[in-house]
Ligand binder design. Structure first.
Ligand code: 5GP
Length: 199
């Protein structure tokens, strides 16, 4: 079935289950490509270079900024994160959809850029942004602690950031609450199916 290539931007405070939801989508929708971001933060747990992130030194990251390689970049929790422009343009040109997992600052920059594009640009045609919310801040804290990948200080920093990120939720076209993983996933699939013309 021929479907419309989507340019999907997803944001959420860390610990909202966003990565899990995105992994589930990628396993079901083979025509959606994940945009692998560059970051200056150190790999966590099982993360692999070139798969989860392109891990870069600060110097290399700054070179890429100077070369205008990024569609957007931002400093999140004290590290740089950036979305490379070329893989997204290539994927959309080949008829695939692309999914970006970026923070609220990055999403705001992408939104602004897309708005300024001509109506015929594939990024503008396929654009959709979605904010995943936690059921509550208490639940978010429990999930971050349970994940066991971040120090206590890191968790406090992420929770403080989450408050600010939640204030931006209204800027997104859609919001999905991850109260129940299966239900949140179903809502995401319904959105993608409707927007890409799968149903
Ligand atoms: P983490 O360190 O937990 O993998 O990611 C921290 C935050 O950085 C998350 O909110 C994630 O969405 C965001 N992030 C990951 N890649 C990018 C990117 O390329 N650009 C921006 N602006 N944020 C990103």
């Amino acid at each position: 079935m021929k479907t419309k290539p989507l340019f999907i931007v997803i944001s959420a405070p860390s610990g909202c289950g966003k990565s899990t939801l995105i992994d589930m989508l990628l396993q079901q929708y083979f025509d959606i490509e994940y945009s692998i971001s560059c970051t200056t933060r150190a790999p966590r747990g099982e993360e692999e270079d070139g798969l989860d992130y392109h891990f870069k030194t600060k110097e290399r990251f700054e070179e890429l900024v100077a070369q205008d390689a990024f569609l957007e970049y931002a400093c999140v929790h004290g590290n740089y994160y950036g979305t490379l422009r070329e893989p997204i343009e290539d994927a959309l040109a080949h008829g695939s959809s692309v999914i970006l997992d970026i923070d609220v600052q990055g999403a705001a920059k992408v939104r602004e850029r897309v708005r300024a594009l001509p109506d015929t640009d594939p990024m503008k045609i396929g654009y959709v942004d979605i904010f995943i919310t936690p059921p509550s801040m208490e639940e978010l804290r429990d999930r971050l602690v349970g994940r066991g990948t971040d120090s206590a200080a890191e968790i406090e920093k992420r929770l403080a950031n989450a408050e600010g990120e939640m204030e931006k939720a209204g800027e997104y076209m859609f919001q999905v609450t991850n109260d129940d993983l299966g239900m949140a996933y179903r809502r995401l699939c319904d959105l993608i199916d409707a927007l890409s013309g799968r149903m």
